[in-house]
Design a protein around this ligand. Structure first.
Ligand code: C5P
Length: 234
């Protein structure tokens, strides 16, 4: 399985994301691009096709969560966008995750990777207990949701790099961990709290790191991307 650096292209317009990607036109390795809700809701499915035509791999981060039939039908629409990876909330149950896989699978049996969000890293253990009435410790909940995703047949989870070792321990080395919360050792944390460097994420066994502002807001985005690749992949 290929390890890679996924660049979170959190822009709100087609023009902004394309002018950012233009900076990479001379690169031998085209960055793997994450398209999230902000860009998808503003620029629509056409921006996915356009970035794909430019030769980038795409992680479509829309975090679906609904009744199984709705998720299945929505995934059947997304599969025709020819992305490489997409995701949903494990919270939607094993039945929903299985339905999503069915919807995402093309008639020839191929499909994008399907990854589950366990608990959002913005959810604290206290809020989970007080607002969601989940009494278990957060790491146990994350691990349980990861095992549900594995049972449903998904390929992996989004988690912190710090959780990669336990997810691989419980679900197997082949179960993919896609990990945001990555910062350079001399970088700005922004609103991320539990962060690791690309080099540390590599040591912890992350399969893909998702890096946004350390690249998108850098003075030299191409240089920052190359530095991430060098630290994470070598
Ligand atoms: O700019 P930064 O590197 O913090 O961007 C991280 C990206 O990963 C953002 O697109 C954010 O929405 C996403 N993400 C995250 N934590 C999660 C899930 C997704 O930071 N638990």
């Amino acid at each position: 399985m290929g390890k890679d650096v996924i660049v979170a292209c959190d822009f709100s317009s087609r023009e902004a994301v394309l002018s950012f990607l233009d900076k990479f036109s001379g690169e031998a390795r085209k960055p793997y691009v994450k398209i999230g809700m902000e860009l998808f809701y503003s620029a629509g499915p056409e921006i996915v096709r356009e970035i794909k035509r430019r030769g980038h791999s795409i992680f479509l981060d829309l975090k679906l969560c609904d009744i199984p039939n709705t998720v299945k039908k929505s995934m059947a629409v997304l599969r025709d966008l020819d992305v490489d990876m997409t995701n949903l909330h494990a919270f939607g149950t094993i039945e929903m995750m299985k339905a999503a896989l069915e919807g995402l699978t093309r008639p020839d049996g191929t499909r994008p990777l399907l990854i589950a969000v366990t608990q959002l890293t913005s959810t604290s253990e206290q809020r989970m207990r007080d607002e969601l009435l989940i009494d278990k410790p957060l790491p146990e909940v994350v691990m349980h949701y990861a095992k549900n995703a594995l049972e449903a047949g998904l390929d992996g989870v989004v988690c912190s790099p710090l959780e990669s070792p336990v997810v691989h321990g419980g679900c197997g080395a082949g179960f993919i961990t896609v990990t945001p919360g990555v910062r350079f050792s001399d970088g700005n944390l922004g609103d991320q709290v539990r962060v690791t460097t690309p080099a540390r994420a590599r040591e912890l066994g992350s399969d893909y790191i998702v890096v946004g502002r350390p690249i998108t807001a850098a003075e030299d985005p191409v240089g920052a991307y190359r530095r991430c690749l060098a630290e994470f992949i070598g």
